[in-house]
Design a protein around this ligand. Structure first.
Ligand SMILES: NC(=O)c1ccc[n+]([C@@H]2O[C@H](COP(=O)([O-])OP(=O)(O)OC[C@H]3O[C@@H](n4cnc5c(N)ncnc54)[C@H](O)[C@@H]3O)[C@@H](O)[C@H]2O)c1
Length: 368
């Protein structure tokens, strides 16, 4: 076996139906006394609950949140944080709220207490992102890893199917790409495969019965594991393509993951026989059917499967846009199981644009 290094990230997880009522106690446990509460409109109810728990400890409540953390928004939030003299950030909401909290933690070096309400998984990583113009810049800093994550499946019951499905694919992408991303090792593979198993087994139940708290809980565990898998490895070809798409066209982040994942997987699968055997077992399909199985799950979950159907920045994505995306992504990918260049990425993007059920042989032949 090859030698490896696994860095376990130091974060406390509090999980359970009704766990949102523990946020005040968790803040007290950290000894913080001047809390900034960050959330968007979708999280007003749990934020109200948290505000009551915090009482006078909450010195600032911030409602303005946007996908991909625009720099101007981060600057406004940071100025308000400075003026209020905060010593901690509590964020409740999806990856966008967590992302803004991370931007503040990055500049102010204060702890984050995160209460996720989607399956994005950002709360388990040291990765932050800020978008200026049409480019999303990401980086890593231990200061942005939440010190405490409170997972309450009851908060996800109202998540609409149009967010639940793609957000689950965002989580699946973390686990699937962790099978080959730089930094992967037997420990991250075990975490990632369990993440895949949990999501694959629970997502159909959640889509059919959105208020099934138990199934929501199993899906949230899968999302947490997937976030841990991403946090312990790094972004590979799939995440680079999605970040470029998000930064250039302001596409809904999770929708881009749903569409692109099966096609990147089909492209890389021929170079990953051992990893695909594990993934096939986790998905319960014959070896060689992994990418198709993810596409089938996407169709069954009614998530987007064609780049042609995605819109951002006020217009839908055009086939002519794909070359610029391929060139930008090729400039960002450092390592990949198969050799990858602009032409190969363009092939992946074109197949994702058309959105047909992927086969490993088609992806392998067109890239060779
Ligand atoms: N840094 C990382 O490690 C990391 C990992 C994954 C994603 N991200 C980032 O996270 C962002 C995407 O996160 P996201 O997909 O959660 O999007 P989001 O936070 O924008 O949420 C998506 C939508 O769902 C709504 N919503 C959230 N929770 C809800 C609930 N419980 N009920 C009803 N509506 C709810 C939000 O208001 C929003 O309209 C992107 O910017 C992405 O880059 C970062």
């Amino acid at each position: 076996m090859d030698p490896f290094v696994f860095n376990q990230l130091a974060s406390r997880m509090v999980f359970g139906a009704g766990a949102v009522r523990q946020v005040g106690v968790e803040c007290a446990g950290l000894g913080v006394t001047r809390v900034m509460l960050v959330h968007d409109a979708s999280a007003t109810a749990p934020a109200d609950d948290i505000a009551v728990q915090l009482g006078p400890t909450m010195v600032l409540r911030w409602h303005e949140v946007a996908q991909h953390v625009p720099v101007a928004l981060a600057d406004r939030a940071r100025d308000a944080a400075t003026a209020a003299g905060i010593d901690a950030v509590v964020c409740v909401g999806g990856g966008s709220s967590t992302g803004l909290a991370k931007a503040i933690a990055l500049s102010h070096r204060v702890p984050i207490i995160a209460v996720p309400t989607t399956y994005a998984g950002s709360e388990q990583t040291t990765i932050y992102g800020l978008t200026g113009g049409r480019h999303k810049q990401t980086g890593r800093d231990a200061a942005v890893l939440p010190r405490v994550v409170v997972y309450d499946p009851e908060l996800t019951v109202g998540l609409p199917p149009t967010v639940t499905g793609p957000s689950s694919f965002n989580a699946l992408a973390h686990s699937v790409e962790a099978l080959w991303a730089p930094g992967c090792n037997p420990v991250t593979t075990a975490i990632a495969l369990e993440g895949v198993r949990a999501i694959h087994a629970s997502l159909p139940t959640v889509m059919a019965h959105p208020s099934d708290v138990d199934a929501r809980g199993r899906l949230l565990v899968g999302a947490a594991l997937s976030g841990m898998a991403l946090g312990a490895t790094s972004a590979g070809l799939h995440h680079k393509i999605c970040h470029v798409l998000g930064g250039m066209f302001d596409l809904v982040h999770a929708d881009a993951h749903s569409v692109v994942l099966p096609h990147v997987l089909a492209f890389n699968a021929p170079a990953l026989p051992a990893e695909m055997a594990g993934l096939a077992a986790a998905l319960g399909v014959p070896v060689g059917e992994e990418a198709a199985a993810l596409w089938d799950l996407a169709v069954a979950s009614e998530v987007p499967t064609r780049l042609a159907d995605l819109a951002g920045s006020g217009r839908s994505l055009q086939r002519d846009d794909l070359r610029a995306v391929a060139e930008a992504a090729a400039g960002e990918v450092t390592t990949n199981p198969r050799p990858v260049d602009t032409a190969a990425i363009l092939g992946v993007l074109e197949r994702a644009f058309d959105g047909h059920r992927p086969t490993v042989t088609t992806a392998a032949r067109s890239a060779s």
